[in-house]
Design a protein around this ligand. Structure first.
Ligand SMILES: NC(=O)C1=CN([C@@H]2O[C@H](COP(=O)(O)OP(=O)(O)OC[C@H]3O[C@@H](n4cnc5c(N)ncnc54)[C@H](O)[C@@H]3O)[C@@H](O)[C@H]2O)C=CC1
Ligand SMILES: O=C(O)CCC(=O)C(=O)O
Length: 524
């Protein structure tokens, strides 16, 4: 049973794919609840209240997937998760409309003094002249970060007759044209906009993007909005520019520290605030919860996840096509690792035939995950495979060849150490399955499965018989046996499979036989 911890308030109805999941137990408790056994948790679902740090991950050795029921993953140490092979998924578009609408509502409220007027009327006042507002019509809205939310906001602003000027270094001219917005530098947006709103993620590049220097490049009387992440606008700098009258007002949904407690912006009447409500609609909460619950279930069902931060997306169709090769690649990596015990400095992979139509980089990562399994403590998978190789100084190369060695496809992997190298080649035969067809200079043909031994020996009469006799005497049943040799009387190999692994004594007895050069267990 997979243990799935829902650590933040996530919409219950949206969690139904996990509540109905027979192979998972859903635990809805805070991360620091003493009843939560962190070391047993397989999946962690959070919103923004839980901060997923490297220290926390250290306490969760079984964790395989972190799901953020929302967009921003700045509360998750994605690098630390990646290093441990933990997939991080989010719900990228479930709350886009809600956040765009909230930003729009904040902008309209700010320009028409709605919160202040509301409070005044409730205080039994009737000050119609105190709350003269400003129209949105004809004003220039500057959008910094033209992704999903920025784009939805732009559409709404245009309907209200606003001009939209955007800054996003990753936005193409074609997309800007399609969205009907004017695209410029940050400096241009700062200089031209009447209202500026930020919609970027919080990253080292965007932290403090709006600071004293950039604020001083804006028009006097500009308005600011932040419904993205606290910290993109430097709060103290903004407070200073509101205080000196340069900024006419600000609407803030998100803070550097949440909840913010006493805050320098709160003393200004022309600053309106909400407690991180961008995604707080029934619709958005249901959407994001459903999206991540489905993703976690798909993951545990062995299906591809769609919205991973640290793994390329793969459609179901492609995943089905790649699946047999993925398994074969892992097996090749594992055989290689078990046959070549020394430290490796290079792994090169050659793909040929039908497999080259697929996403081979995914297979390369599978080869590495098979290779590192049992070699290092860390669970290596497609998420951290390249990183694991890099950290261990192993160069990984991938190439395509037209030589299929007579098969419809083949995957050939060579691991190189200082004075040694070992090659394993496999193929996948439709309606038949995976086969290993080449092992270190020997042509062979065996199913990579179960408990095997790989024996290097001299091709002399009686060797195969002696191996069979010794194992028979010890009541060991040989399930399959394949032999390969280069030339009569020269070096040869045997690959045998058994119902259960050979023990150390049995291995030692075989190793001591005359004409046996070496013997290795291969457990797949
Ligand atoms: N207040 C709330 O409750 C919510 C806040 N958010 C925040 O809004 C952010 C944006 O969300 P989406 O639009 O869905 O993300 P998105 O990924 O679709 O868009 C982000 C855009 O920012 C741009 N960008 C990145 N670095 C930039 C830079 N240095 N300068 C200018 N543009 C830059 C990207 O190119 C991208 O187009 C999220 O990262 C999240 O932190 C999201 C949902 C709810
Ligand atoms: O969980 C929430 O309500 C916050 C949403 C948010 O900030 C996000 O999706 O990035």
């Amino acid at each position: 049973m997979f243990q799935i911890l829902v650590a933040d308030a996530i919409n219950e109805e949206g969690l139904s794919p996990l509540l109905d999941f027979n192979e998972g137990t859903l635990i809805q408790k805070k991360i620091n609840d003493p009843e939560v056994e962190l070391e047993k948790i397989d999946a962690l679902l959070v919103r923004s209240a839980t901060t997923v740090t490297e220290d926390l991950l250290e306490k969760m050795p079984q964790l395989k997937i972190i799901a953020r029921a929302g967009v921003g993953v700045d509360n998750i140490d994605v690098n630390a998760a990646t290093k441990r092979g933990i997939i991080v998924v989010n719900a990228p578009d479930g709350n886009t409309i809600s956040t765009a609408e909230h930003t729009f509502a904040m902008m309209a409220s700010l320009m028409r003094n709605i919160p202040q007027a509301h409070q005044s009327v409730k205080n039994l006042e009737w000050k119609r002249n105190a709350f003269i507002g400003t129209e949105l019509y004809g004003k220039t809205l500057g959008i910094v970060g033209m992704g999903r939310i920025g784009s939805e906001l732009a559409k709404r602003a245009k309907v209200f007759g606003m001009n939209v000027k955007v800054y996003d270094p990753f936005l193409t001219k074609e997309r800007a044209l399609k969205l009907g917005v004017s695209h410029g530098s940050l400096e241009e947006v700062l200089a031209e906009a009447d209202i500026i709103t930020v919609h970027t993620p919080l990253t080292p590049e965007t932290k403090g993007l709006i600071n004293e220097e950039t604020l001083s490049q804006t028009k006097k009387g500009v308005y600011f909005l932040n419904c993205a992440r606290g910290g993109i606008i430097d709060e103290l700098a903004l407070a200073k520019f509101v205080g000196n009258g340069h900024v006419a007002g600000a609407a803030i949904d998100v803070f550097e520290v949440e909840p913010p407690g006493e805050h320098p912006l709160f003393k200004y009447d022309n600053v309106i605030v909400t407690p991180h409500l961008g995604a707080s609609t029934k619709e958005a909460q249901l959407n994001v919860a459903t999206q991540v619950a489905k993703e976690v279930r798909m993951y545990f069902e062995g299906k591809p996840v769609q919205n991973s931060i640290n793994l390329p997306a793969m459609s179901k169709d492609i995943f089905e096509k790649i699946k047999p090769f993925h398994q074969l690649s892992k097996q090749i990596g594992s055989i290689l690792s078990q046959c070549m015990k020394q430290g490796v400095n290079e792994i090169s992979i050659t793909y040929s035939g039908t497999v080259t139509d697929l996403e081979t980089s995914y297979l390369t990562k599978a080869v590495l995950s098979g290779f590192f399994k049992n070699r290092i403590d860390v669970n290596v998978n497609e998420v951290n495979a390249l990183l694991a190789a890099k950290e261990r100084g192993i160069t990984v190369g991938e190439k395509i060849s037209t030589n299929t060695f007579g098969y419809a496809n083949s995957i050939t992997v060579t691991a190189k150490a200082e004075n040694h190298q070992f090659t394993v080649r496999g193929t996948f035969i439709d309606h038949y399955g995976p086969r290993i067809v080449y092992l270190n200079d020997f042509v062979i043909d065996f199913l990579p499965e179960g408990n095997m031994v790989y024996i290097q020996h001299m091709d002399r009469p009686g060797v195969v018989g002696r191996v069979g006799k010794i194992l028979g005497d010890q009541e060991v049943n040989i399930a399959t046996m394949q032999v390969g040799r280069k030339q009569a009387g020269g070096e040869a190999i045997m690959v045998l499979s058994f119902d259960k692994p050979l023990d150390d004594k049995q291995m030692a007895t075989l190793a001591a036989l005359e004409d046996i050069v070496s013997i290795n267990r291969i457990n797949l």
